[in-house]
Design a protein around this ligand. Structure first.
Ligand code: GTP
Length: 359
């Protein structure tokens, strides 16, 4: 029998640092002479994170939908193709920050029916500052999704600790422990972890889905869920069923297949002309709080090189890039219930302002 390819799921809310972790992990594998591959999923129709993955790393993209629902059926096929065409030593699946990890887990384990792979970990990257704020607000869909992502992790990276006060770290650890009593927590800045973690994980025998992290995770927890295989085994908290308690099997199935990120929306803007960098920065500074993530490739009228733009949780970042291939000028905005039309108008106004200035 062929050796099963280890798979790691990178989960975590939008902008928490998944790609930051991924690029370090890829470097680590390459330095060890191994061949990693990546399956990336983006809600929008361009994969900007993919640009951060070095050339030579086989990558499969699943765009314009969330891997955990609309395109989950393709996941198995994509993984199989990635393995058949590239024979990687390891695969990282980076899901959109809006993905429900239970569904992802299901998808990857379904895929292991089609091809030899072993799910080795679900690593959830948590944005410390955002979790703190959501926790203090205490409700909302984002908070619930973050909870779910934490519950289902086998490893937790509590990232962006540079953005919180040291005293708040303890509070966050207590909050996280309330949802996931088992997964090791590593507090980080820019996801700096001891990457030998991956060697240890891959040395562990067996597939994650055949093991339970939670000694109390009884068989009945699986049977309450109408999914027909044991995806629940990796979830560290039987409480993930709590919303469905008392449901009949039929309504329960509905509840399980209802995705908690239905509310997340994406606006992709392809620029027709360069824009002024300061005006763009000002526009981003004015974005309402419900636009919590944005990224793009921008060409400014007042700079010579293009820039990669990142915006996560009110922090902006611009990095000069030298693209090796033709790339669009594009910005993707992700959030909840914001006016795409208003945003489109504002972005178009930036394009017009530069054109008018030239005339
Ligand atoms: N201040 C701070 N910024 C960070 C840290 N880690 C990552 N970032 C920045 O946060 C932004 C988002 O990081 P990514 O790694 O792209 O996040 P992601 O989870 O892949 O984002 P999505 O794919 O959109 O869900 C980037 O601008 C990073 O440079 C950190 O520890 N502290």
């Amino acid at each position: 029998m062929k050796q099963a390819v280890p798979v790691h799921i990178l989960s975590g809310f939008l902008g928490s640092g998944k790609t930051t972790l991924l690029t370090q992990a890829l470097d680590y594998y390459k330095q060890s002479g191994k061949k990693p591959a990546v399956l990336m999923n983006e809600l929008g129709d361009v994969n900007l994170d993919g640009m951060l993955v070095e050339e030579g790393v086989p990558m499969s993209e699943m765009l314009s939908g969330c891997i955990c629902c609309t395109i989950r059926g393709d996941l198995g096929l994509e993984l199989r193709e990635l393995i058949q065409e590239n024979s990687p030593d390891v695969i990282f699946v980076e899901c959109t920050g809006a993905a429900n990890p239970m569904e992802m887990l299901d998808g990857v384990t379904d895929a292991s029916l089609l091809t030899e792979l072993e799910l080795k970990s679900v690593i959830t990257v948590v944005d410390a500052a955002q979790l703190l704020e959501q926790h203090r607000k205490g409700a909302g869909k984002t908070y619930r999704l973050m909870q779910e992502q934490i519950r289902c992790a086998t490893h937790l990276i509590l990232n962006k600790t540079d953005l919180i006060a040291p005293a708040d770290l303890g509070e966050l650890e207590i909050v996280i422990r309330g949802w996931n009593a088992v997964a090791p927590i590593t507090a980080t800045v820019r996801c700096h972890i001891d990457l030998t973690l991956f060697d240890r994980l891959e040395g562990e025998p067996g597939d994650l889905v055949n093991r339970s992290n939670n000694p109390d995770h009884s068989e009945s927890d699986h049977t309450t869920c109408s999914h027909d295989h044991e995806h629940g085994a990796a979830c560290t908290d039987p409480g993930h069923h709590h919303e469905h308690e008392g449901d009949s099997p039929a309504t329960h199935k509905e509840a399980v297949t209802h995705h908690s990120h239905d509310h997340v929306m994406v606006y992709t803007h392809y620029f027709k002309a360069p824009i002024d960098s300061e005006q763009f920065e000002a526009l981003v500074g004015r974005l309402p709080a419900n636009v919590y993530r944005a990224k793009g490739i921008l060409r400014f009228s007042d700079t010579t090189s293009p820039f990669m733009f990142q915006y996560a949780y009110r922090e902006m970042d611009f990095v000069k890039i030298t693209p090796k291939e033709e790339l669009p000028s594009v910005a993707v905005f992700i959030g909840e219930h914001f006016s795409k039309q208003q945003l489109a108008l504002e972005l178009e106004a930036l394009e017009k302002a530069v054109v008018e200035q030239k005339d």
